[in-house]
Design a protein around this ligand. Structure first.
Ligand code: 5GP
Length: 181
């Protein structure tokens, strides 16, 4: 059952998501036009679920997909800084052109961990594409080549992003409104 009272201001509308995903896919297709082996997209579950599905369908260069699941927040809304791999990749990365697909970069701690971990597997190249970014939360610029939208420092839900596993199915990105008591 959904909790409509928890859905706050809409920050990114469905048509804005759709248009921006297509722009990112066009940029990625241009940047990776000349590959030996295809591009390998690594989706970070579960939040990047819809983003990677839409992005991959709009990318026009040969590409493959693999998934990783990591936990950083648990059920809280603040980063713990502790990252745990719940599901690892199926295939090695050695010599591959790899693009990490994230839902959101907040403090950047999860991404730092992922980049360190995946770099150690010797890919040919490693870049990051995130749908959302909260730049105000990071003291230094993160290593993100493709950013869909920069958003304010609010906890957001929808288009794959959850709060306690709910609201992923919203077709837009909205702020989570604290429940009135
Ligand atoms: P970071 O380590 O950059 O602080 O957090 C990254 C991860 O925390 C994201 O991949 C996502 O799972 C979660 N996260 C960060 N900010 C938000 C947010 O505003 N909403 C949701 N639903 N998850 C978030």
């Amino acid at each position: 059952m959904s909790n409509p009272e928890q859905i706050g201001e809409i920050l990114v509308q469905p048509d804005e998501l759709n248009n921006r995903v297509k722009e990112l896919a066009a940029e990625i297709s241009r940047d990776y036009a000349d590959l030996d082996q295809g591009l390998l997209l690594i989706g970070v579950l579960k939040g990047a679920l819809f983003f990677i599905a839409d992005l991959m369908r709009a990318i026009e260069v040969p590409c493959e997909v693999d998934f990783m699941a990591v936990s950083s927040y648990g059920s809280a809304t603040q980063s713990s800084g502790v990252v745990r791999i719940i599901k690892d990749l199926d295939a090695p990365l050695e010599g591959r052109d790899v693009l990490i697909i994230e839902d959101i970069v907040d403090s950047g701690l999860t991404l730092q961990y992922l980049i360190r971990n995946l770099r150690a597997r010797s890919p040919k190249s490693l870049e990051v594409c995130t749908l959302l970014s909260k730049p105000i939360r990071r003291p230094e610029a993160a290593d993100v080549k493709y950013v869909g939208f920069e958003i304010p420092d609010r906890f957001v839900i929808g288009f794959g992003l959850d709060h306690q596993e709910r609201h992923r199915n919203l077709p837009y990105v909205a702020a989570l409104e604290p429940k009135a008591t």
